[in-house]
Design a protein around this ligand. Structure first.
Ligand code: FAD
Ligand code: NAI
Length: 464
């Protein structure tokens, strides 16, 4: 078959690129080796984790939050029902992508794709049969895979990656998480809420590296109140199987005496790496740097007609970043002008409360030597937050000291992941803290805290 575009990988980067290209009139084929479309995100990432985060949050709320509201219940966990909810959510989403492929007349080329030469993709099916397809453009959207701890084997039963942590058959008594990043804290939260004792071992002396330091500090305190234990500035030296569980040897990152921790399950969550195995990139001569495919501002690799996006290239490993790149690339291939604004990509940690950020942190601004002003407002002083007993956290708005342009917004609080988008829209339009402060916000809403934080930039918050 001959295509205008062949995309390798049907994750959020690949499938969105394919749909946009088909909308623009291209004949599109997508190679995907997994049994279902949707990539890491829909099958073993964003969607199943959010299904379990929601369900476990409801369980914890029923156990600890309802009584104060006069709702008397005694929740009982049915883990297999909870897992069924997760599986049904995944199925609905991946089937949705299959429907969109049909609607847009996109061919799913089932199997593993390899680039034989510029303009040529070989697809090897599960039964070993191979077909060759021609394409004007090839997009690599093969995503990422779990980063491994040297010398530690992931069996997905006792020593698990995020994939195994989404299908544990029972609540572990002791869960040891390696890495206080997004996966460690989200999946740690799921199992903590369901009753596991959770200890997080983190190499650095803080959680959530890359996020605003003040946010990380407050958030750590909140998680500790929920029962999380943190061992910061430590690394895992060895993991040995012991009985049905594991014995983990942990030592200070700076060197020093090791200690031993026992765990029923160990979750390795130390990051992800671009996945390009089996694509034949070396043979075709596609340039790589630190495991990632090198691209220019138009997503083009050094080989003519071969492009790459999503987790396989530079930038944050986020589904919405991959999606926006997919749209931009499809539009560029159709001859349109398009771009992704990497300065305004929100990040959300879907814990309770949630953490959401868009733009620069205070550390970023200090490092860049940018003079800024800051306004903060706590949810404790917000009427709606009190009514919902969701008073933990705060909003922080960072604005350019000279122009008042908003450079970053940080929220720790219930619903932060939804609220962050008014800040994102404001920043896309180059808005100021005063613009935000003078925008009428409905009362009583959690979002009023954003307006108040924007007012606090000019030291004129009303309710604090
Ligand atoms: P992927 O989604 O990884 O898709 C790549 C696809 O390519 C895969 O289906 C793979 O099978 C296929 N493939 C690879 N090689 C070949 C080949 N040679 N031939 C055929 N097919 C191939 N991000 C968020 O923004 N929000 C979240 O809440 C979030 N939660 C996450 C939770 C977890 C547990 C994990 C692991 C990740 C999460 N992420 C989240 C990250 C998100 O999943 C990724 O950023 C996103 O999936 C990247 O999209 P992609 O299209 O680049 O690649
Ligand atoms: P991460 O990069 O967010 O965090 C990894 C953590 O492990 C870091 O804090 C790092 O310092 C620590 N670490 C590394 N090596 C270590 C060692 N040997 N011992 C102890 N600690 C060590 O990676 P994570 O959490 O695995 O997530 C991978 C990717 O998936 C992230 O890039 C993230 O963007 C994406 N993701 C996004 C989500 C979201 O948007 N809500 C949810 C889940 C994943």
């Amino acid at each position: 078959m001959s295509y205008d575009l062949i995309v390798i990988g049907a994750g959020p980067g690949g499938y969105v690129c394919a749909i946009r290209a088909a909308q623009l009139g291209m004949k599109v084929g997508v190679v995907e080796k997994r049994e279902a479309l949707g990539g890491t995100c829909l099958n073993i990432g964003c969607i199943p984790s959010k299904a379990l985060l929601h369900a476990s949050e409801m369980f914890a709320e029923a156990a600890h939050g309802f009584e104060h509201l006069g709702v008397m219940v005694e929740p009982k966990l049915d883990l297999s029902r909870m897992m069924k909810h997760k599986d049904e959510t995944v199925a609905a989403n991946v089937n949705g992508v299959a429907f969109l492929f049909k609607k847009n007349k996109i061919d799913w080329l089932k199997g593993e794709g390899r680039i034989a030469a510029a303009g040529q993709v070989i697809v090897r099916q599960a039964d070993g049969a191979a077909t060759t397809h021609e394409a004007k453009h090839i997009v690599i959207a093969t995503g990422s895979d779990v980063a491994r701890l040297p010398g530690v084997e992931i069996d997905e039963k006792v020593v698990v990656s995020s994939t195994g942590a989404l299908v544990l058959p029972a609540v572990p008594k002791k869960l040891l998480v390696v890495g206080a990043g997004v996966i460690g804290l989200e999946l740690g939260s799921v199992w903590r809420r369901l009753g596991a004792e959770v200890t997080v071992v983190e190499f650095l002396d803080r959680i959530l590296p890359g996020m605003d330091g003040e946010v990380a500090k407050q958030f750590q305190r909140i998680l500790e109140k929920q029962g999380f234990k943190f061992l910061l500035g430590h690394k895992v030296a060895k993991v040995e199987r012991a009985g049905a569980g594991a014995r983990v040897s942990v030592e200070p990152a700076a060197g020093g005496e090791a200690k031993t921790l026992d765990a029923d399950v160990v979750l390795v969550a130390i990051g992800r790496r671009a996945y390009t195995a089996g694509l034949g990139l070396e043979a075709v001569g596609v340039a790589m740097e630190r495991g990632q495919i090198v691209i220019d501002d138009h997503f083009a690799t050094n080989v003519k007609g071969v492009y790459a996006l999503g987790d396989a290239v530079r930038g944050p490993m986020l589904a919405h970043k991959a999606e926006d790149e997919g749209v931009a690339l499809a539009e560029m291939l159709a001859g349109q002008k398009s771009h992704v604004n990497y300065d305004v990509i929100p990040g959300v940690v879907y814990t309770s409360p949630e953490v959401a950020v868009v733009g620069k942190s205070e550390e970023d601004l200090k490092a860049a030597g940018i003079a800024y002003t800051s306004g903060k407002f706590p949810f404790l002083a917000n009427g709606r937050a009190r009514a919902m007993r969701q008073t933990e956290g705060f909003v922080k708005v960072l604005a350019d000291a000279k122009t008042d342009r908003v450079l970053g917004v940080h929220i720790v609080g219930f619903g932060a992941g939804e609220m962050i988008h008014e800040a994102a829209v404001l920043m896309e339009f180059g808005g100021s803290a005063e613009d935000l402060a003078r925008t009428c916000h409905a009362h009583p809403t959690m979002s009023e805290a954003i307006k108040e934080a924007a007012m606090a930039v000019a030291k004129r918050a009303i309710h604090a």
